[in-house]
Design a protein around this ligand. Sequence first.
Ligand code: GLN
Length: 282
Amino acid sequence: MKKVMAMLLATVLCVATFTACGSEETGSKGTGTAPESTVSESTQAGSEAEGDAASVETITAGVLTVGTNAAFPPFEYIGDDGEPAGFDIALIKAIGEKMGMEVKVQDMEFGSLVAAIGNKIDVAIAGMTITEERKESVDFSDSYYEAVQYVIVLPDSDIATAADLENKSIGVQLGTTGEIIAEDITGANVQSYDKAVDAVSDLINGRVQAVIIDKNPAEVFASKFEGKVVALDGAQFAFEPEQYAIALPKGSPLAEKVNAALAELKADGTFDALVQEYIVAE
Ligand code: GLN
């Protein structure tokens, strides 16, 4: 397991090179989408050459504007070039390529993503779990990854079961499924952080006694802070599996295009290659 974590970290560290395949990302767009926000009235001219998918209405014609929260390794983090990188970013770029669309990635707070879909961003990819509550506001693509919440604790902690989490101080990332789970724990004092790494720092500093976060980031943090924290499998806390998917505007024709591209990437081996490259098969 230790070895896997080391490999995972090594993978995370070396993936910066992969961004070479990407198009431009965030940066140039400021906060606004206003100038192009009315494109929905017309069929966007000049995009036929890109194929059918590029003719889907987006905030900026021919561009898939993607929101993420680049603080969730190995799915998304800031690469050495200062731009968002990671499995999700590579995946959405590959999806955009299949759709004949340029992909631009905007980094924002995780808790702002759902509300931004359809106005600031076309889609969100952020290790986002499909939940009933989110489905009231957005649609989801087909699932692309199964995860589960993990529990990060200090190496000498006696926390090992769901009952042990009761009445504890628990750090989580704001607006996440980890936060929802923590809030359901009897007597838990839940501390929510914008960035998961800050929750882990507070665990190390003794301000919280456990951090609940998705499996792969938990393993990355356990590896990054080796000897200081350990990541415990959510199965021992009876946490349910979760499905990651791309969030899209409700009723958007983008869903079909994104799902078709995802299916193609699965069929042609690209998806598995990205899993190997970024997540590392255990
Ligand atoms: N999978 C979790 C959720 O959807 C956490 C995602 C994240 O922090 N990027 O809430």
